[in-house]
Write a protein that binds this ligand. Sequence first.
Ligand SMILES: NC(=O)c1ccc[n+]([C@@H]2O[C@H](COP(=O)([O-])OP(=O)(O)OC[C@H]3O[C@@H](n4cnc5c(N)ncnc54)[C@H](O)[C@@H]3O)[C@@H](O)[C@H]2O)c1
Length: 357
Amino acid sequence: MNGKKIRYAIVGFGGIAENRLAKEGFACDRKRFRPLPGVELVGATDIRISRQDAVERLKLKWYESPEAVFADRTIDAVFIASDNSTHFLLSKKALAAGKHVIVEKPMATSLAGARKLAALAAEKNLALAVDHMMVHNTLNRKARELVARGDLGEVNDLCLHMEFFYGSTPEEASSWRCADPAQLGGPIGDVGSHCLYMAEFLTGSIIKTIAAVFTPRTLNIRAENGAFIRFRTENGLSGSARVSFNDPRGSLESTLLNLGFEIYGTKKTLRAYGTLFQLSGHPDEPVKLRLDVEGSGAAETLSPDYVENIYQKVILDHAASICAKKRPTGEDGVHNLRLVLAAYKSAASGGREIQLK
Ligand SMILES: NC(=O)c1ccc[n+]([C@@H]2O[C@H](COP(=O)([O-])OP(=O)(O)OC[C@H]3O[C@@H](n4cnc5c(N)ncnc54)[C@H](O)[C@@H]3O)[C@@H](O)[C@H]2O)c1
């Protein structure tokens, strides 16, 4: 793109798009963030016309439809942040129109759909990335470094958890996350997806087997209420993830701090607080993220050495990849969806272990 800014538009302007992608990722909140180098967010669209105000409040152009975005020749790339069931078709149309794409997880609701998107991106040499933003949290990177360096001793177990309380009101229960299991919006697809790529990131090894069971239902929603997922990685590590929509955890602060993981080594145990969420570690966030490392000596608490906004890093990496020779084709998203679908399949069969090829 030779020094020209990469011009983005957002398709699907709901909660995540407004609060995390536009305000933080594209730095529209100028009180908190400086403009991103080489990147410009031009506008956004949503099927709900009521979202026009929110778009225009951020001084962005309102597009009448996704098609209007795809037809705009001045737009280089789109960020798809709509309901899960629309990711495939919208990403396909965007790629077909020659746009580079970042798509929210899961990149599609079927493996066939995800593979088609990856193939289309490769065929058209367009950068297709999936928003696996938690790998950019600096404390998660620190945890991975401690594991890789052997600081915890030999790691033999890890446990990740993303437990929420969502779906108890009629409004939440009728939302796409809770009301339509085909959207993969229940806890396995919604947050299990994050836990699974983070398990691979932290251990530096891919998941080869998965077994899962649904946890007891207390919410009257069509999606699963929660799941316990066991996995084994290629390098022989075993671990688990707990995901749910029916675990109130005291206050908002305690719920957020509980979103994290434990990594158990023969010398030390590492506990991460609040790092499996949408937070980057900025001082003005509602909780202070931290890692606690304890062994036979005194416990040590690690705070971020520096903070990089996790959504900005996804966008900057995508923009940089557009200028690079080798562009991502979303294969990590295909792999992640394969794991998510395996977890659903195992849970539906009562916990049968599934081998991933
Ligand atoms: N990476 C993260 O941090 C993170 C966090 C939450 C949600 N998500 C993902 O982001 C996506 C959106 O989640 P959300 O919580 O913002 O949901 P949401 O319901 O608040 O927003 C979705 C928006 O998409 C719009 N939409 C639906 N179909 C559309 C279409 N065909 N064209 C244009 N707009 C359309 C809806 O009207 C709605 O405004 C989901 O895929 C979810 O999994 C990611």
